[in-house]
Design a protein around this ligand. Structure first.
Ligand code: NAD
Ligand code: MG
Length: 390
């Protein structure tokens, strides 16, 4: 039996992971399941999957969780430290599916115990890619990508020589506003930004898809994970979301990964790797699909893509600044404090301020320094937001 833990179990990726694991309960011993506010979902899954421990991020919800799991034999805990501690429980395979920079510490803890980390939490690579990879190397742990584009690249690279890679092309659906007139974007509402044309995902990543901050993060994630140069990474708009990524080799060949927009494919690939097993995803009927289309991304419509290039070039802790500023700007958009197009303005202002001040983005990449930089960038973002909202 494989020992598995799921961080962010109550979210969209977490629930898809549970869907796969619950189909073969005899194969898995569930160690830890974690969530935040949705206590009833967390408790229901922990009971059903006979988890060893259920942890909520909210300390104030511990008693609710305890009551919901009374008599089940599942241990309970609460708080950020308890989540990181749960990641030290011996496990063979750990799903990292918390949203945001909060996923970094448990991811590092899982790598430190040598677990295979299935990484949906792209924020940890954006904030601290070098640290994640170094931790994996030191502890002989493995990181397997779960973001669909990165899983696609990873699969296209099986058996290939890394030196033969010329470029990596990441596709983007274009999100909710790909066909809107650019002038109208400033008026986009939360409801409009929260609906994705192709994928069913958590609210934050859905809005990040509309602003293309999600793709921006994925470009940085590509650089960190595959160790290629920024100039080798491209994005292309592909509204059908059937091709998830392509790898171009030095002989001119492009290897594309094609599949339905269903995260259970990338999750299942990471779960069964290096095997390929049957997965309950739709089989594509290419004749029925008819055609696939592509277009160049426009950086006026999506300034996040330009900012990602700057972050990739700057390196160091600029990814941590970018992510923290983005998370804060997203919170402010969700709270109605700023408009849709102001999110990228806030992120750009914070990047400019902190890049100009020595000691921030060039500090040594440790978990502590990433946390400090994250904190500073959130404060800087709040002050930009307050100025704009005021
Ligand atoms: P979601 O919002 O649906 O779920 C997030 C999970 O994190 C929930 O379990 C929530 O309880 C938990 N959580 C939230 N804040 C927390 C905190 N401060 N501390 C601890 N736990 C916290 O998000 P999602 O769409 O499942 O995305 C999860 C991660 O996977 C993100 O990094 C996202 O970018 C990435 N991802 C998601 C998809 C997708 O299809 N949903 C695809 C690719 C990558
Ligand atoms: Mg993705």
């Amino acid at each position: 039996m494989r020992r598995v833990s799921i961080f962010g179990a109550t979210g969209s990726i977490g629930q898809n992971t549970i869907d796969l694991i619950a189909r073969a309960p005899q194969d898995y011993q569930v160690v830890a399941l974690t969530g935040a506010g949705n206590i009833s979902q967390l408790a229901e899954d922990a009971r059903r999957l006979k988890a060893e421990i259920a942890v909520t991020a909210h300390e104030g919800r511990l008693e609710n969780l305890r009551a919901a799991l009374d008599g089940s034999g599942v241990a309970v805990a609460a708080g950020t430290a308890a989540i990181a501690e749960a990641a030290t429980r011996p496990a063979d395979w750990v799903m990292s599916a918390i949203v945001g920079a909060a996923g970094l510490a448990p991811g590092i803890a899982a790598l430190e115990q040598g677990a295979t980390l299935a990484l949906a939490n792209k924020e940890s690579l954006v904030c601290a890619g070098a640290l994640m990879l170094a931790t994996a190397r030191t502890h002989k742990a493995r990181i397997l990508p779960v973001d669909s584009e990165h899983s696609a690249v990873f699969q296209a690279l099986v058996g290939e020589d890394m030196d033969a890679i010329e470029r990596i092309i990441i596709t983007a659906s274009g999100g909710a506003f790909r066909d809107w007139p650019v002038e109208k974007l400033a008026t986009a509402t939360l409801k409009e930004a929260s609906s994705h044309p192709n994928w069913d995902m958590g609210q934050r990543i859905t809005i990040d898809s509309a602003s293309m901050f999600n793709k921006a993060m994925e470009l940085i994630e590509t650089k960190e994970f595959f160790g290629v140069k920024p100039a080798q990474i491209e994005a292309v708009i592909h509204p059908e979301s059937m091709i998830h990524a392509l790898v171009g080799f030095r002989d001119g060949a492009l290897m594309a990964h094609v599949g339905p927009p269903d995260m259970r494919h990338a999750i299942g690939y990471a779960l069964h790797w290096p095997d390929r097993r049957h997965l309950p995803v739709e089989r594509l009927d290419l004749a029925a699909i008819g055609q696939l289309s592509f277009r160049a991304p426009c950086e006026t419509r999506w300034p996040a893509l330009r900012l990602a290039r700057e972050v990739m070039e700057a390196g160091g802790l600029s990814g941590a600044v970018f992510n923290a500023a983005k998370e804060t700007a997203l919170d402010a958009f969700i709270a109605g404090e700023i408009g849709f197009t102001q999110m990228s303005e806030v992120v750009e202002a914070v990047l400019d301020t902190l890049s100009a001040a020595p000691g921030h983005i060039d500090a040594k990449m440790t978990l502590d320094n990433v946390a400090k930089t994250d904190h500073l960038a959130r404060e800087a973002a709040r002050s930009v937001i307050n100025r704009r909202a005021g």
